[in-house]
Design a protein around this ligand. Structure first.
Ligand SMILES: [Zn+2]
Length: 57
């Protein structure tokens, strides 16, 4: 599992960068519609900021 923290404090968790990208896109559209991010910008953020998550428990 990988995760990425949104500046609002919301943590997105996904199996890989592709899922994080999809979740980030959904999260931004729902919670931050004022953030005008292109797909390319979003993928760059995921590539730069995503981190590996310890398995739960
Ligand atoms: Zn957010």
């Amino acid at each position: 599992m990988k995760a990425i923290d949104c500046p609002c404090g919301h943590r997105l968790e996904g199996a890989d960068d592709e899922e994080l990208f999809r979740l980030a896109r959904e999260h931004i559209e729902r919670d931050h519609p004022e953030m005008q991010r292109t797909d390319g910008q979003l993928r760059e953020r995921v590539a730069a900021d995503a981190y590996d998550l310890e398995p739960a428990q």
